[in-house]
Ligand binder design. Structure first.
Ligand SMILES: Cc1cc2nc3c(=O)[nH]c(=O)nc-3n(C[C@H](O)[C@H](O)[C@H](O)COP(=O)(O)OP(=O)(O)OC[C@H]3O[C@@H](n4cnc5c(N)ncnc54)[C@H](O)[C@@H]3O)c2cc1C
Ligand code: SF4
Length: 462
């Protein structure tokens, strides 16, 4: 299936300029561009894009409304299934989901569903969508732990069903990884994340920050003492992994989590903040996922010469293609098929270099990707003063260890069914806390499914 109109390109900040600032990379479509791109959609009877969307947004319907210039209608259609369109339009891996399945992609370029979703989400932030209708309360209370995408999605759906919902968030800011992980140049905090969180609050969801479940409150106390009918755990996977190699305790070695959290929450991206963050002259970022790309691009913007070190080849990079492309445009160096073996320090205990070996690719491993094999005698050093480890994260064990009867697996993830039910009655879980580090939209999908299951559970108790 071909389309006569080519995919409308999106305007972006010049790479040489944006590599020195934290302004958003992508400008998004204007109205004319959005309507033209929307007109490419064939409005398929059996839309493959919808089936590939983890929250099943009615994609052709919102695109059709947009093509006719009805932004408010498009926004209302998306709102039925997603409370975070401006966020998802920016960070979802559309190439593997909706756009990856778009029929136009078979012979040409898929509809730019993500950019259209972003346009509609931003339109809604700027123009509003009328008053939020009053929702009749059903007299039941649900507690949600964590204010990331899974918690926000679960809370929104439950609030719409009439539940009194309160989110307990450990940090002083709301949004989970959207706020403390993904950098400003990909996802603006004040202009986008805070605005979409506000919309969730307008549904009646209460959010209390600085409350650590497992310390300030426990899941048991919420259920047994505070009168909550159910608890949803959406506490993410914020515990960083390290390689376990010599030199990881040297000054100048950070986890990407710590580095990005500091940059985001302490506003290193703003000229008027003097954020205590050390980026050195030469920073090596170990890893190849979205987190590694975010860390390396942040390090570059903060003034370092920044390099990615990844043990497989470019074809296996788990990061979004768009992020890798942007990083390359910005002058990031990529050292593929390279694996660190040791971090070397100076006489003051500070990083001075990283020792690596070259790799080749062998047989596929259990992930289906070809496994890296060390090339004997290929040791070499890369001079650097900062090493940032972006090797993935696991869930923090705090909630599981303080909740009676909550089962976890060997990776420390909470064991839950497809609908979020855990081994503990009345406790549901979803997002990265269950799957390990995954994606925003999968976390939202899990939150939504759990909301349905919680509703059924509470009704079954009546
Ligand atoms: C740097 C980075 C870049 C990423 N880029 C992308 C991307 O481009 N696209 C994409 O789709 N995904 C991306 N991801 C992954 C995505 O952000 C996560 O999969 C998603 O945020 C998971 O949502 P969640 O709600 O499960 O958890 P989180 O977003 O981690 O939210 C969990 C929340 O729970 C809180 N919490 C934890 N423990 C407690 C406790 N004991 N008590 C109270 N609150 C607690 C945390 O403070 C946090 O606010 C990225 C992740 C990172 C780290
Ligand atoms: S598959 Fe593509 S063309 Fe068909 S409805 Fe979805 S976005 Fe439109």
């Amino acid at each position: 299936m071909a389309n006569k109109i080519p995919r409308v390109p999106v305007r972006e900040q010049d790479p040489a300029i944006r590599a020195t600032n934290f302004e958003e990379v992508c400008y998004g479509y204007n109205r004319e561009e959005a309507m033209l791109e929307a007109s490419r959609c064939l409005n398929c009877k059996n839309p493959r894009c919808v089936a590939a969307c983890p929250v099943n947004i009615r994609i052709p319907d919102f695109i059709s409304a947009l093509a006719q210039g009805y932004e408010a209608a498009a926004a209302a259609i998306i709102a039925e299934d997603s409370s975070l369109p401006s966020v998802c339009g920016r960070v979802c891996p559309q190439e593997n989901q909706c756009e990856g399945q778009c029929i136009l992609g078979i012979k040409g370029e898929p509809v730019a569903i993500g950019k259209l979703e972003r346009y509609v989400g931003d339109w809604k932030i700027e123009n509003g969508c009328g008053e939020t209708p009053a929702i009749e309360r059903n007299g039941h209370k649900v507690a949600v732990i964590g204010s990331g995408p899974s918690g926000l999605a679960c809370a929104s759906d439950l609030a719409k069903m009439g539940y009194e919902v309160k989110i307990f968030e450990a940090l002083h800011e709301v949004g989970g990884v959207l706020t403390y992980g993904i950098p400003e140049f990909r996802l603006p905090k004040t202009r986008v994340v805070a605005k979409e969180v506000e919309a969730v609050k307008r549904l009646g969801v209460e959010i209390e920050t600085d409350v650590i479940a497992g310390r300030t409150v426990t899941v048991d106390s919420l259920l047994d003492e505070e009168g909550y009918d159910a608890v949803f755990v959406g506490s993410g996977a914020g515990l960083p992994r390290f390689m376990g190699i010599e030199g990881e305790n040297l000054n100048g070695v950070f986890s990407a989590n710590e580095f990005l959290t500091r940059a985001n929450l302490m506003r290193a991206y703003r000229e008027d903040y003097d954020t205590p963050i050390f980026v050195g002259r030469k920073a090596v970022i170990v890893g190849g996922g979205n987190v590694a790309m975010d860390a390396v691009r942040t390090a570059k913007r903060l003034g370092a010469e920044a390099t990615i070190v990844y043990r497989r080849s470019e074809a296996e990079l788990p990061a979004r293609v768009e992020e890798v492309h942007h990083a390359k445009q910005e002058g990031i160096e990529f050292r593929m098929l390279t694996n660190p073996t040791r971090i070397l320090g100076d006489d003051k205990g500070r990083v001075r270099a990283i020792n690596c070996v070259e790799m080749t690719l062998g047989e596929p491993d259990e992930s289906g990707r070809r496994s890296p094999v060390v090339k004997e005698g290929s040791d070499f050093e890369i001079e650097c003063d900062v090493v940032i480890m972006a090797l993935g994260t696991s869930p923090n064990p705090l909630i599981a260890s303080t909740t009676e009867g909550l089962e976890t697996n060997r990776r420390g993830c909470i064991v839950a069914t497809e609908n979020g039910a855990t081994s503990r009655e009345g406790v549901f879980a979803g997002g990265d806390a269950v799957t390990g580090a995954a994606t925003v939209i999968l976390a939202m999908g899990a939150g939504r499914k759990a909301a349905v299951a919680i509703d059924e559970y509470v009704k079954s108790k009546k």
